[in-house]
Design a protein around this ligand. Structure first.
Ligand SMILES: *[C@@H]1O[C@H](CO)[C@@H](O)[C@H](O)[C@H]1NC(C)=O
Ligand SMILES: *[C@@H]1O[C@H](CO)[C@@H](O)[C@H](O)[C@H]1NC(C)=O
Ligand SMILES: *[C@@H]1O[C@H](CO)[C@@H](O)[C@H](O)[C@H]1NC(C)=O
Ligand SMILES: *[C@@H]1O[C@H](CO)[C@@H](O)[C@H](O)[C@H]1NC(C)=O
Length: 169
């Protein structure tokens, strides 16, 4: 039930901000994002300009930076969205962290982008979570490949940030 409420809220927020894109002739590949209100500071929505082939977002610039449990509804996903995940308590302190990505409600393929530019598909696992350890820049860069045409109302980008489990390494 909560999911449905969040979905509806996300769509409402995304619709409000989507109108801005047509004012300028210049193609600005910026995204619009917002939280689902003060009660849900770590869940929200993000929309990209459908005319952009590649949109880049750094989580530092969003309200989700301080969150350890993030749920973002990517509204009408199309083309590539590259999300650089940095995390409060970790990146600035040069502390490694782990991102556990949930594939439960993710509907588009996700690639890990390494600092040498290599892109590796993150397989959907039975555990429904894929763990990515931060790279040498204390970031986890994920590329979500949306369809070229309008196909989906939205997909969820859902992940948790946690300290790296050093007990097994
Ligand atoms: C976006 O991608 C399409 C298909 O790959 C291509 O035809 C088009 O030129 C690209 N647009 C830009 C602005 O790069
Ligand atoms: C998305 O990125 C891939 C490389 O990962 C590239 O081949 C593709 O052309 C990009 N999509 C568009 C629409 O430009
Ligand atoms: C994150 O928390 C810090 C310290 O509490 C605060 O200064 C900063 O504005 C917060 N950033 C966001 C995006 O909420
Ligand atoms: C950083 O620490 C604060 C306080 O313990 C916590 O509320 C917040 O979720 C943490 N942020 C991340 C990204 O782990």
């Amino acid at each position: 039930m909560l999911r449905i409420i969040i979905l509806v809220l996300s769509l409402a927020i995304a619709n409000v901000v989507a109108g801005d894109n047509f004012e300028s002739d210049e193609l600005k590949c910026e995204s619009n994002y917002g939280t689902n209100g003060p009660e849900f500071p770590c869940s929200g929505s993000l929309s990209t300009n459908y005319r952009c082939n590649n949109t880049f977002v750094n989580i530092v610039d969003t309200p989700f930076y301080n969150c350890s449990n993030i749920n973002i509804f990517w509204d009408a996903p199309r083309n590539n969205l590259t999300l650089t995940i940095e995390a409060a308590n970790y990146t600035d302190f040069k502390r490694p962290f782990a991102v556990s990505l949930s594939s439960r409600l993710g509907l588009v393929p996700v690639y890990r982008v390494y600092s040498n530019g290599e892109e590796v598909l993150i397989p959907k696992t039975e555990e429904k979570q894929s763990v990515c350890t931060s790279d040498e820049n204390y970031q986890v860069i994920l590329k979500f490949k949306g369809p070229p045409r309008f196909q989906l109302y939205g997909t969820f980008i859902e992940y948790e940030v946690a300290p790296v489990d050093t007990s097994t390494s």
